[in-house]
Design a protein around this ligand. Structure first.
Ligand code: PMP
Length: 440
């Protein structure tokens, strides 16, 4: 009998519903932009664990902060009371958001719990029963956050009673930026003039770039117009920066690209650099409202807060937003060169190190190349590159690498993707290879 691999033991012990088991490989370590497999293989991780490992894997500043917090008298279990790391983290977050949002900080474990808490609080605090969110939006995986999301992967889940989903303008699919923007604004104005009275709407949840929906970058002025409509009608603008925030887009906050100032900002993923912590930052009357009460025992624990503080300080000290802008442009240029060669690439879009590459079966019909996308991701993994796919049709390769990425690492990723795309297009990858694996 052969000894089972770590991957096989994982599959035999851990529910396949508790996380995605994308590749038939376990990892035992990480080193910056690289994952280290249990077979010693080094894999270039241009996903950074879906954007959570913003500083890369095993960053010394996080390790140091976590160890220090664990070794202090408070340890990890000083809960339900003021503790230095969470107070310092909250003060830091209040100092980096626009004034209108700088009231109080709600601390949680994940993007999901922060978004669902905000959804509850805005309805109770405003006395307005409705929420607007976007088709394709992913705000989380708990019942409350799925209830305000519009991603098709969550179609079977009950939606919030007051939820209305609106179209997210997509320049590539909706006839160009101008037309996409005009149609989306027109849709919103018609809603407000008819079925959704704006004075019944508590908040509009936005992703400044719709990441899980397909790394869709909105037309430049769209959110400015949306913000004006929200202000006109007293609707709160909630910005979900969970995946694209905190330097990833090349600015500290992704919403800065679009010239808007949200009332409430939700942070997660990269905030903890892999540790479970999220934050919702907004006006005191909302974040202190009794409806935002959510007693989960380990909220605000000092170890995760210390990690988050170290993340924010490292982003600032090393100007990682600027690195994301510069290396992101370099990576985008490399991908644009691949577009000239690979007809499967229909569109490339993003900001900084939040980039999507949309694959289509042909550029005229723009039919999503769903199967080829999954095969490309799999082949890239075989070649040593970790990437995942997103999108309402699962046909967008998503790049959310560490903000510390170097140009040489970006080039190496482009080279591996080049080979993977050729191997798929030229039939060198068994089309049935995915059938054997969970998570596809
Ligand atoms: N919001 C956005 C924009 C996200 O991308 C995600 C996760 N993909 C979430 C919220 C949910 O965050 P978490 O998985 O930490 O609950």
């Amino acid at each position: 009998m052969t000894t089972p691999s770590l991957y096989q033991r994982d599959a035999a012990a851990i529910s396949k519903m508790s996380f995605l088991r994308f590749f038939p490989q376990a990892v035992v370590g990480g080193d910056g932009a690289y994952l280290i497999g249990d077979d010693g293989r080094r894999l270039l991780d241009l996903s950074a664990s879906w954007g959570a490992a913003g500083l890369g894997h095993s960053h010394p500043s996080i390790r140091k902060a976590v160890n220090k917090a664990l070794e202090s008298q408070a340890g990890a279990s000083l809960l339900s009371t003021a503790n230095l790391p969470s107070v310092e983290l909250a003060e830091k977050l209040l100092s980096i958001v626009p004034k209108r949002a700088a009231g109080r900080v709600w601390l949680g474990h994940s993007g999901s719990d922060a978004n669902e808490t905000v959804a509850r609080a805005v309805i109770a605090a405003t006395g307005r029963p409705r929420i607007l969110a976007f088709n394709g939006a992913y705000h989380g995986g708990t019942s409350g956050s799925m209830a305000i999301s519009g991603h098709p992967a969550q179609q079977g889940v009950a939606k919030a009673a007051g939820l209305t989903l609106i179209p997210y303008p997509n320049a590539y699919r909706d006839g160009g930026a101008e037309q996409a923007e005009a149609a989306a604004i027109d849709h919103l104005e018609k809603l407000f003039a008819g079925p959704v009275p704006p004075n019944e709407v508590a908040a509009l949840f936005i992703e400044p770039i719709q990441s899980d929906g397909g790394m869709v970058v909105p037309p430049q002025n769209y959110f400015r117009k949306v913000e004006a409509l929200c202000r006109q009608h007293g609707i709160l603008l909630v910005c979900d920066e969970v995946k694209v925030g905190l330097g990833r887009s090349g600015r500290l906050h992704c919403f800065e690209h679009f010239g808007i100032e949200p009332d409430i900002i939700v942070f997660g993923k990269g905030l903890g650099g892999g540790l479970p912590i999220s934050a919702a930052v907004g006006p005191t009357e909302i974040m202190n409202h009794s409806a935002a009460f959510s007693f989960q025992t380990v909220h605000g624990n000092p170890v995760c807060a210390a990690a988050a503080l170290a993340v924010l300080e490292t982003i600032e000290r090393n100007d990682l937003a600027a690195n994301a802008a510069e290396v992101g442009q370099h990576l985008t240029d490399g991908l644009e060169r691949l577009k000239q060669k690979h007809r499967m690439i229909g569109d490339i879009r993003g900001r900084g190190l939040a980039i999507g590459v949309e694959l289509v079966t042909d550029r005229m019909s723009k039919t999503p190349a769903r199967h080829e996308t999954a095969l490309t991701v799999y082949r890239a993994f075989e070649l040593g590159l970790v990437l995942y796919y997103v999108g309402v049709s699962s046909n967008i390769l998503e790049f959310t690498p560490p903000l510390t990425l170097t140009k040489a690492e970006a080039d190496s990723g482009v080279d591996m993707l080049d080979r993977a795309l050729s191997d798929v297009a030229e039939g060198r990858v068994d089309p049935d290879v995915l059938a054997a694996f969970e998570g596809w």
